[in-house]
Write a protein that binds this ligand. Sequence first.
Ligand SMILES: Cc1cc2nc3c(=O)[nH]c(=O)nc-3n(C[C@H](O)[C@H](O)[C@H](O)COP(=O)(O)OP(=O)(O)OC[C@H]3O[C@@H](n4cnc5c(N)ncnc54)[C@H](O)[C@@H]3O)c2cc1C
Length: 517
Amino acid sequence: MSDNMISQVADPREERIRDVVIVGGGSAGWMAATMLATALSREIRIRLVESDAIGIVGVGEATIPPIKKFNRFCKVDEQAFLRETNGTFKLGIEFHNWGMPGDRYLHQFGFVGRELDAMVKLHNWWLTGRLAGQADYPAWEDVFIAKAAARANRFALPAHRQGDPLGRFTYAYHFDALLYGKHLRRLAEARGVERVEGTIVDVERADGHEGVTALLIEDGRRIEADLFIDCSGFRSLLMGEALNEPFDDWSHWLPADRAMVVPSAPAKDGITPYTKGIAHPVGWQWRIPLQNRIGNGHVFSSSFSSESEAEQRLMATLDTTPLDTPRLLKFRTGRRRRAWAGNVVALGLSSGFLEPLESTSIHLVQSGLERLIELFPTRRMDAVLRDRYNAQSEREWMQVRDFIIVHYKLTQRTDSEFWKYTAAMDIPDSLSAVLDLWKERAILGVDGGHLFQLGSWSSILIGQNFLPQGVHALADRAEPAAVAADIRRIVDEVNRAASQLPQHHEFIARYCAAPAS
Ligand SMILES: Cc1cc2nc3c(=O)[nH]c(=O)nc-3n(C[C@H](O)[C@H](O)[C@H](O)COP(=O)(O)OP(=O)(O)OC[C@H]3O[C@@H](n4cnc5c(N)ncnc54)[C@H](O)[C@@H]3O)c2cc1C
């Protein structure tokens, strides 16, 4: 290194970020506040600006298993958090009517009950029996312990004993999004985050370079920072409105653009430890069980259905009495091209939206935060860090997008223009490649960093009747009747194991019952 270069290197302490401002106090904002306050030095000031007048989206009640990593890192106490958010446990998502009306399968979280072979994945063995047309053959979902527990409404925390089938599942949560934000707010404030109440009326741009210098609040306050985290929801106040970052629209692959939501009374016959995703002639409906109510929402496309038809479909198919009048939310599927531009990082709805079919939005906030902590910049906003952040974010969003599209693409329904459209639509090349490889030889062509791995993909592909033509060469040699006997033994084992678990509502009552409201 030349003397000249040495003299140009500033004291790294001088360049450290000193001030972070988070815009927005929805789930994304308070997750960011909690995680950054846990990860960053106490010398870094963290403020969160939110507007009580604007409020939050307030839906987003189902999660996926990696949220437990967020909880571990942020020291979120599982029992306390579930008690305070009317939380319940989630073993997967039960899809109804997606292949054909009347079809049902579970996208379960976890592993097959037992592998038969060190080399060949179990789905190949299962397919050997299935493709040979074995009589009374178990469904693919039946080899998963999570399915056996879910269908019997049973739940307990996974066992940690080696070889125990009760250790071969994992779980996520359902919770009240509003209460979740409040819970995280308490944690974040206890760790030094300052909350600023007020509506931002203007965003001051930096002169001569991309970025933001300050926020102007309606009462005249001016808030400066080195780094801004845009969690301002669909409005995308900084990334969208101020920086004008282009939005890549994916609605030709995911045409739903509305959700009609309504809570209903809790079920009398227990609490299902899974979300339901029920396909309708246009779009689908979620059913998310909390301790004190069921969250319901009908996701549909305004190109294929009016709002009043959607409302009728939603209200006609509730399991329990509605507790409110339905509320309509509008959205656009896609994402801001860059998640990090200048000194602004967008998280949550301000960075983009993928419909909640696989409950991935809160996870995308979490992974965006993990990435930000790993690549945390200096005030120079190092381009090399930013570019890596953006490349990784783009890849992750596209992978999740493809996983959601596959549910629509693989329908065999022809009962409405909506399903005819999704079955016939072009799909991204990245997804075609996955489907081609699966069709040929039951091989899953996604990389190890993909959020959804073989257990998840095989559930959807097989659950929607997209069976491969052939299996792995080693499994090909097997005698189908002998394989089928092994598969039946695994199914018996997981059923026996699951029957030892308590009912989900009993477990909740013991472990994390919310105070009676
Ligand atoms: C129909 C639907 C269903 C969903 N279901 C799920 C699900 O099951 N699972 C899942 O993981 N995710 C789900 N999501 C996504 C989830 O709700 C969001 O990703 C998550 O809640 C994060 O929202 P947010 O914090 O980005 O935005 P919001 O909750 O909208 O928060 C935005 C914040 O910005 C503030 N703000 C905005 N403008 C200003 C201003 N001018 N001045 C000051 N403050 C301002 C607001 O006051 C608010 O605090 C769903 C979303 C929708 C639309």
